[in-house]
Design a protein around this ligand. Structure first.
Ligand code: ATP
Ligand code: MG
Length: 245
């Protein structure tokens, strides 16, 4: 059974369709990247799946359960989806460690010692343990993003969603974060990642969806989509210079 099965997903804002019948499936352990022009509905798609945005119509099955039903436990659904955003969304008044512990204490009801252990484990995985007591303002962008990823992983999500995880970072920090996400890919963490970053797309996944005007216009492996697509508009979008170096 697929982890996620989206079919015919439509989202309208003020009567205007932003998602126009999106079909998408994600298997356990699979990583898919979603790319496409600005405004084509990528963030809206992720936000519909975890019900931050109400879909207008269509069906979303999460491990076979229809999570668009009105009686869906949205809180439980969101706990199964770890979300990492472009701007990290860390609490400014909490240290790196406490940012991670918060969900473990409040949602998982762990004891202080258990939450500390678990948070430290995830910080180590992100090579961030030495920065555990720093506040977000004392961390670089790449370090903040690692804390955000550690926080998401600590909750044992079934899948991680990323919305442009590298676009607020300078090229060197972006490469560091790409390397960490690539490590998660190697560890078989299920991920759905929206990005404009061709480097990220190439290294963390074997499958890319091209979304355009609220529809999946093409889906294929990295070579097909980034390097050799038949559709001239898709070739024009990626442009020259994205080929493997
Ligand atoms: N809450 C909202 N109310 C009204 N319109 C919205 C809302 N959220 C998004 N939109 C519109 O939906 C369209 C798609 O937005 P979305 O943020 O999903 O695009 P995107 O593909 O993520 O773009 P980008 O690459 O720039 O992040 C845009 O035209 C946007 O203005
Ligand atoms: Mg977006």
């Amino acid at each position: 059974m697929a982890l996620l099965e989206v079919s015919g997903l439509v989202k309208e804002f003020d009567g205007k369709p932003v998602l126009n019948g999106v079909d998408l499936s994600l298997e356990e352990g699979q990583v898919k990247v979603i790319m496409g022009p600005s405004g084509c509905g990528k963030s809206t798609l992720l936000r519909c799946i975890n019900r931050l945005v109400e879909p207008t119509s269509g069906r979303i099955l999460f491990r076979g359960e229809d999570v668009t039903r009105p009686d869906t436990d949205v809180r439980a659904l969101r706990q199964r989806i770890g979300f990492v955003f472009q701007h990290f969304a860390l609490y400014r008044h909490l240290s790196a460690l406490d940012n991670i512990k918060l969900g473990l204490r409040k949602l998982r009801r762990m004891s202080d010692a258990e939450a500390t252990d678990r948070a430290c484990h995830e910080l180590r995985r992100m090579d961030m343990e030495e920065h555990r007591d720093k506040y977000p303002a004392q961390l670089s962008g790449g370090q903040k993003q690692r804390v955000a990823i550690a926080r998401a992983l600590a909750m044992d999500p079934a899948v991680l969603f990323f919305d442009e995880p590298t676009s607020a970072l300078d090229p060197r920090m972006a490469r560091e974060v790409v390397a960490l996400i690539n490590q998660l890919f190697m560890d078989n963490v299920t991920m759905l990642c929206v990005t404009h970053d061709v480097f990220l797309a190439r290294y963390i996944s074997d499958r890319i969806l091209f979304l355009d005007h609220g529809q999946v216009r093409a889906e294929g492996d990295v070579e097909q989509l980034l390097d050799a697509h038949d559709d001239p508009q898709i070739r024009a979008f990626f442009g020259p210079g994205t080929r493997a170096r």
